[in-house]
Design a binder for this molecule. Sequence first.
Ligand SMILES: Nc1nc2c(ncn2[C@@H]2O[C@H](COP(=O)(O)OP(=O)(O)OP(=O)(O)O)[C@@H](O)[C@H]2O)c(=O)[nH]1
Ligand SMILES: *[C@@H]1O[C@H](CO)[C@@H](O)[C@H](O)[C@H]1NC(C)=O
Ligand SMILES: *[C@@H]1O[C@H](CO)[C@@H](O)[C@H](O)[C@H]1NC(C)=O
Ligand SMILES: [Mg+2]
Length: 251
Amino acid sequence: MTSRTASHSKTSSNKDKYTIILPTYNESKNLPIIIWLIANELNKNFIDYEVIIVEDNSPDGTYEVAKQLQGIYGMDKIKILQRPGKMGLGTAYVDGMKMSTGNWIILMDADLSHHPKFIPQFISKQQKGNYDIITGTRYSSGGGVYGWDFYRRLTSRVANYIATVALNPGVSDLTGSFRLYRKEVLEKLISVNKAKGYVFQMEMMVRAKQFNYTIGEVPITFVDRIFGESKISSDEIVNYLKGVYQLFFSI
Ligand SMILES: Nc1nc2c(ncn2[C@@H]2O[C@H](COP(=O)(O)OP(=O)(O)OP(=O)(O)O)[C@@H](O)[C@H]2O)c(=O)[nH]1
Ligand SMILES: *[C@@H]1O[C@H](CO)[C@@H](O)[C@H](O)[C@H]1NC(C)=O
Ligand SMILES: *[C@@H]1O[C@H](CO)[C@@H](O)[C@H](O)[C@H]1NC(C)=O
Ligand SMILES: [Mg+2]
């Protein structure tokens, strides 16, 4: 079985277009800032892009803010997918991808944890090594996490360590969610991915290794959200450990 097609060996060209999929839930305060930063960084570097906001009917008026931003930046730059309710990140990526017109897909959070200044670095890393995937890593030199208390740092480190030992994926940050993918690679990986939540990001890397996709890493700093509520819970930690266990026995 091979998942490689002729198009995978294609190098980047000046026709490259980057689709940024931005899932939002209760991000009305963060959205104008993240969109401004994206536009600023990408225009400065002459990168062709579009942003797809996948908005799940947030009660805080995120949709109205998205509409206003679309008016400011243009329909070609900001696209909005409005869904009826909170349906989760996995399906947000799938649905967002269906609307995309780029040949590259960037997944990132809208809560300012992921700084758009790293996007040009992802792209140049991809071009240098002709990688299929670039992942931002918080766990290599130059990377880091800001705003997390000791407990959450420890949880994140331990979680990443357990998964790295169990799954040996060849990347240093398994649960990161700031990544660049060739569109057809992301489509393939999502079609075989079973997990949800934090395990979703981890399974993407494990499957990528199974399919022999090449992965490059760029150190990123990760900043915890300032606006909006954190959604991590002890349930999620338990689900995570279950996920590592299931992945371990399924590969
Ligand atoms: N469309 C959509 N977006 C979501 C959903 N859940 C989370 N998001 C968005 O996905 C991104 C990541 O979610 P976060 O809640 O920041 O998850 P996290 O970073 O793991 O946890 P905290 O930042 O601590 O809350 C953010 O942009 C959220 O607004 C969802 O069900 N639907
Ligand atoms: C979203 O915001 C509403 C109020 O604006 C709040 O009641 C709800 O708990 C928030 N949901 C999440 C998941 O943050
Ligand atoms: C990946 O590479 C290994 C080693 O070269 C090979 O055995 C395996 O069949 C490849 N897998 C796929 C899906 O191409
Ligand atoms: Mg977050």
